[in-house]
Structures are given as C-alpha cells and as structure tokens.
Ligand binder design. Structure first.
Ligand code: C2E
Ligand code: MG
Ligand code: MG
Ligand code: MG
Length: 284
C-alpha cells in the first residue's frame, strides 16, 4: 500500500510541477509581448514627510493588465521577468514613463521626488547609470527628483559591483533607498556597505505595529539605527492613524501606505496632491 500511495503522490507531484511549468512558460511568452502591446502602466503612491507634513515623493509601481489574464500582481510577474532578463527593458520603460510624468507635473509646478524600484538584474548591468542619466536629461529632470529603491537580497550576489554602480548613481545626484528592510537576507552589514540614503521599513513589521510587541520593537530599532547612521527612514504599509502617531512619536521621517492613498494613476495622484495641499491633514 505504501508503495502505491507514494507512487500516486509522485505522479501528482510530477503533474503539478508540469502544469506549473507550462503556466510559467505561457506567462513568460505573454510577458515578452506586454511592452509592445502597451499592457503596462505605472501608478503612484504618495510619500508623506512627517516633519513638513507635505507629500514630498511618490513610489512608482508597475501594473500589468493582460487582455485575458486581467491584473497580474508584480510579485508574480517581476520574478519571471528577472529570470529571463526582460526586466531590463521593462525597467527602462518604467523609468522613461516615470520621467515623462515627472516632466508634466513639473511644468504644472509640482516638484516631487519619484522613487522607482530597481531590480538587482538591472543593477548588474553597469549601463544602467548611463541610461538613468540620459533618460533624466531627455525629460529635463534634475537627478535630485529621482530615487532608486533596491533590495539587499538581490545585490548580495555581487556586492562590490552593486556598490560601485550605486556610488556612480549617487554621485550623479540620484538618491538611493534600501527597500523591504528587515526581510530576506538583509543584514546589518549591508547598511554599512551599500551607499544608501534611506531605509524603507518593510510593511510586514508596520502591519502589526502596536499589536505585536516584537514588531513594535523591530520598527523602533530600525528607526533608531537609521538615525544613528544618519540615514533617513520611511515606513511602508502605514494603514492606520495609530500607526502614524506611533511612527511620528518615534521620529520616523516619512510614511507611505493605504492610510494616505493606494497606488493610483497619474490623474488621481494629482487630485490627491492638490487636495492634500489645499487641506493638509493633522499628522501624529
Ligand atoms: P515594494 O517596492 O516593496 O512596494 C510596496 C508594495 O506595498 C506595493 O505592492 C504597494 O502596493 C504595497 N502597499 C503600499 N501600501 C500598502 C499598505 O498600506 N498595505 C499593504 N498591505 N500594502 C501596501 P505592489 O504594487 O503589489 O508591488 C509589489 C512589489 O513588486 C514591490 O514591492 C516591488 O518589489 C515590485 N515592483 C513593483 N513595481 C516594480 C517595478 O517597476 N520594478 C521592479 N523591479 N519591481 C517592482
Ligand atoms: Mg519599493
Ligand atoms: Mg517595499
Ligand atoms: Mg516588496
């Protein structure tokens, strides 16, 4: 009996791996057409500065709406795009699109810093620095209005390379942030080794802030650590007034999350920015 069961399980396993593989291949193929078919767009999520109480930035997030699959979450398709290298073209498109939008907003008098997510695969290619430069120049955007977010998990493979490229990007005037801090293979030594300006506290720790004692301690520690290292610190995934109040009381510099706004299309972002500026909420 044992033999039969294990054989059936094995067959089930093979079948599911097989269908997963086919699905992955099929998505990979669709992904390779997505840019040409205009299936991508970008959305913007405001970043609130707790000192000035102003919206000083926005994270740019990629969206893929496939004609039959519908909305495909980035957590699903980004790893596939990283795996087959298409993230380079896709990421270049995101940067170009973000700068195009920034130029429109700047012409209307709205100067905010846009933060784009840079994949470790993009960072591996030293041409990224020249691409960033030429894209900013093309759209007449000063480098100080761009930030790149990177995760440690990807850069550890080739740390010295990443450090060198990030240094060039920083020297040019673009700022750098470490994303999802505290997750993955993050370690304190990366904070020291990587040339970064800002730490983004991962939303998983913010989610149970004030509910889970451990998460509260972790958030607190990351804020203090960032401050001692003279890095600015932003909390991701802020969803409640209580979380905001706590973060402000602990000296966290900035916040980002559904409490302020979900990531939204450019027009909606601008309405939010205008309304927020006209009628600034109480913070803390
Ligand atoms: P991330 O860079 O850490 O982005 C933050 C994620 O948290 C976004 O998910 C955002 O929608 C979500 N979020 C923001 N506020 C809240 C909140 O209050 N509560 C909760 N529960 N979630 C919140 P999204 O847009 O699904 O993106 C997931 C990840 O995909 C990003 O994580 C980033 O790693 C990656 N990604 C997205 N766009 C790009 C891109 O253009 N290039 C690259 N390389 N990666 C991207
Ligand atoms: Mg990010
Ligand atoms: Mg993050
Ligand atoms: Mg993430």
């Amino acid at each position: 009996l044992a033999k039969t069961v294990s054989r059936n399980q094995f067959q089930f396993y093979v079948a599911s791996v097989d269908s997963e593989m086919r699905e992955r291949k099929s998505m990979e193929k669709d992904l390779s057409n997505a840019l040409n078919n205009n299936e991508f767009h970008i959305v913007f999520q405001p970043q609130i500065d707790y000192q000035s109480k102003a919206i000083i930035g926005a994270e740019v997030l990629l969206r893929w709406v496939h004609p039959t699959r519908g909305f495909v979450p980035p957590d699903i398709f980004i790893p596939i795009a990283e795996n087959n290298g298409s993230i380079v073209d896709i990421g270049n498109w995101v940067l170009d699109e973000a700068c195009r939008q920034a130029a429109i907003w700047q012409q209307q008098g709205h100067f905010i810093k846009l933060a784009i997510n840079l994949s470790a695969v993009q960072l591996k290619d030293s041409a990224i620095e020249a691409y960033i430069k030429s894209t900013l120049e093309k759209h007449h955007i000063e480098p100080r209005y761009l930030e790149v977010e990177i995760t440690e998990t990807g850069v550890m493979e080739n740390l010295s390379n990443a450090v060198e490229t990030l240094n060039k990007i920083k020297q040019y005037g673009v700022s750098t942030a470490i994303d999802d801090f505290g997750t993955g293979y993050s370690s304190l030594s990366y904070l020291k080794k990587l040339p970064i300006d800002k730490v983004k506290i991962d939303k998983q720790f913010v989610h149970d802030l004030l509910i889970d004692e451990d998460d509260t301690s972790i958030v607190n520690a990351v804020i203090q650590l960032s401050k001692s290292l003279h890095l600015s610190v932003i909390a991701e995934g802020v969803e409640t007034k209580e979380q905001e109040a706590y973060l402000v009381s602990r000296g966290c510099d900035m916040g980002q999350g559904y409490f302020y706004s979900r990531p939204v299309a450019a027009e909606e972002f601008l309405s939010y920015l205008l309304e927020y500026t006209r009628n600034p909420p109480q913070i803390g």
